[in-house]
Design a protein around this ligand. Sequence first.
Ligand SMILES: Nc1ncnc2c1ncn2[C@@H]1O[C@H](COP(=O)(O)OP(=O)(O)OP(=O)(O)O)[C@@H](O)[C@H]1O
Ligand SMILES: [Mg+2]
Length: 252
Amino acid sequence: MSLLAMDQMSLSFGGVMAVRQVSFEVRAGEVFAIIGPNGAGKTTLFNLVSRLYDADSGSLHFEGEEITRTPAHRIAEIGIARTFQNTELFEHETVLHNLLIGKHVYRRTNLVAEFLFLPSVRRQEIRFRREVEDIIDLLNLQHYRHQVIGNLPYGVRKMVEVARALCIKPKLLLLDEPSSGLNPEETEDLSFWIEDINEALGVTVIMVEHDMNLVQRTAGRVMALADGACLAIGSPGEIQSHPEVLRAYLGD
Ligand SMILES: Nc1ncnc2c1ncn2[C@@H]1O[C@H](COP(=O)(O)OP(=O)(O)OP(=O)(O)O)[C@@H](O)[C@H]1O
Ligand SMILES: [Mg+2]
């Protein structure tokens, strides 16, 4: 069974058909990449999966359950996390606080218990801290733990955003252009983090990515989009030599 299945989804903005009858499936454990020229509909596809946008038609399933109409606020609960093309962190908060805020999506206690700061809340808070520290260690962010986001280099912020997404313990992680703005060394590090997230944490990854080297190194399968439509799905090698994909990138 596939972890995520999109079937014939479409979405238009006024006259622009951003996503045209796109179907694809991602199996548990895969690293799946989505490539395509600017404006191809990649981010819109993520917005459909994370339920920020309602599709005009088509359906979406996660772990066999239909989520076509599931409200966006339930998406983290069911195990889907994402990062944004332009990072969306709390600029004036520290790395640690940003991650703890991310963690609270998972909160199990009720508000009265929190107000009274009952032992159950305290225990949960301690567990959250420990789990956040594990993610900080995994992504090698120890050095930045108490630094304010606004003071961090861009590459570090991007990793903090990945860390925050991991705080909800997702089954599926959506990364929107994780390497954009990173230098070659940071991009190489990123490929190792993606491998670790996938293999050590067992998280299935879908990433929108322009850097074909990174795609080659990390992704098992790739979907190429152009003008909102799926051109082809295959191995990175197949996609890079696919005539229609080449035409979409290079023109006739
Ligand atoms: N909220 C919106 N309102 C109107 N049009 C939109 C909206 N979001 C996306 N579009 C349009 O839909 C099309 C696909 O945009 P999208 O952002 O999904 O592309 P993309 O593949 O992520 O591009 P990029 O590589 O530049 O990030 C574009 O024509 C874009 O202008
Ligand atoms: Mg985009």
